[in-house]
Design a protein around this ligand. Structure first.
Ligand SMILES: Nc1nc2c(ncn2[C@@H]2O[C@H](COP(=O)(O)OP(=O)(O)O)[C@@H](O)[C@H]2O)c(=O)[nH]1
Ligand SMILES: [Mg+2]
Length: 201
C-alpha cells in the first residue's frame, strides 16, 4: 500500500509540472508533440524528414531523450533544428521536470513546434505527461502487428499513430487492417485525421 501511495504522489507531482510546461508553451503559441515508439521504429528519421520538409515555414525545436549518447541529437542538428539532449542514464522515460529544465536552453521565440523524442519503448513513456499537446506513436511494419494489443496504454493514450516502414510491407507479415481496427476500437485515433498518408486517418 505505501508503495502505491508514493508512486501516485510522484505521478501527481509530474502532472503538476507538466501542466506548467504546457501553459508556458501555449502562452507562446508553441505546439508540442511527444513522439514515442519502440526502439528503431523510425522516430528520428521521421523528424529528420519533417524538419527538411518544413524548413523556412515553421521553426522546429527538438528535445532528444536517450538513455545514452547524443547520436540522435547530432542527426537532428544536422537536419537543421535546434536540439537539446537529455540522457536518462538508464531510466526508460522522460519526465516533465526534465522538459522544464531543457526549455531554458531553447530559443522559444524562434520555435513554433517543439518535438520531444521520448525514450524508445512502448511501456514507461505512456504513463508520464510531459506537457505535450499531442502524443504521437510511431508503429513500424517490422515490429509486428500485435503491438497495439500488447501495449494498449501507449496506443490508447496517443492521438496520432504513424505507421512507418511501409516500403517493407511486401516483405513482412504485417496486417495493417488489423492495426487500424484495434486503434479504431480502443483509442480516439481513427476518429480524427491530421495530415496525409502515412498518418492513420
Ligand atoms: N526501410 C525503412 N527503414 C526506415 C524507415 N524509417 C526509418 N528506417 C530505418 O530504421 C532504423 C531506425 O530508425 P530511427 O529513426 O533511428 O529510429 P528511432 O530509434 O525510432 O529513432 C534506421 O536504420 C533507419 O534508417 C522507413 O520508412 N523504411
Ligand atoms: Mg531515435
Amino acid at each position: 500500500m505505501p508503495k502505491v501511495t508514493i508512486a501516485q504522489n510522484i505521478l501527481a507531482a509530474n502532472d503538476t509540472i507538466a501542466e506548467e510546461v504546457q501553459q508556458a508553451l501555449a502562452a507562446r503559441g508553441i505546439r508540442t508533440v511527444n513522439l514515442m515508439s519502440s526502439p528503431g521504429a523510425g522516430k528520428t528519421t521521421l523528424l529528420e524528414r519533417t524538419i527538411a520538409r518544413l524548413r523556412g515555414q515553421l521553426g522546429i525545436s527538438v528535445i532528444e531523450g536517450d538513455v545514452e549518447t547524443s547520436a540522435d541529437a547530432e542527426r537532428i542538428e544536422a537536419a537543421g533544428a535546434e536540439t537539446v539532449q537529455i540522457n536518462t542514464r538508464g531510466a526508460c522515460h522522460l519526465e516533465a521536470h526534465m522538459i522544464r529544465d531543457a526549455l531554458r536552453q531553447i530559443d522559444l521565440e524562434g520555435t513554433g513546434l517543439l518535438v520531444i523524442e521520448n525514450i524508445g519503448n512502448l511501456v514507461c513513456p505512456a504513463a508520464w505527461n510531459l506537457g505535450e499537446d499531442t502524443r504521437v506513436v510511431v508503429a513500424s511494419t517490422t515490429e509486428g502487428d500485435d503491438k497495439p494489443a500488447k501495449y494498449p496504454q501507449m496506443f490508447a493514450a496517443s492521438q496520432v499513430m504513424v505507421v512507418n516502414k511501409l516500403d517493407l510491407l511486401p516483405y513482412v507479415d504485417y496486417d495493417l487492417e488489423k492495426v487500424k481496427r484495434w486503434v479504431s476500437a480502443h483509442s480516439s485515433m481513427g476518429k480524427r485525421c491530421i495530415g496525409a498518408w502515412p498518418v492513420l486517418c
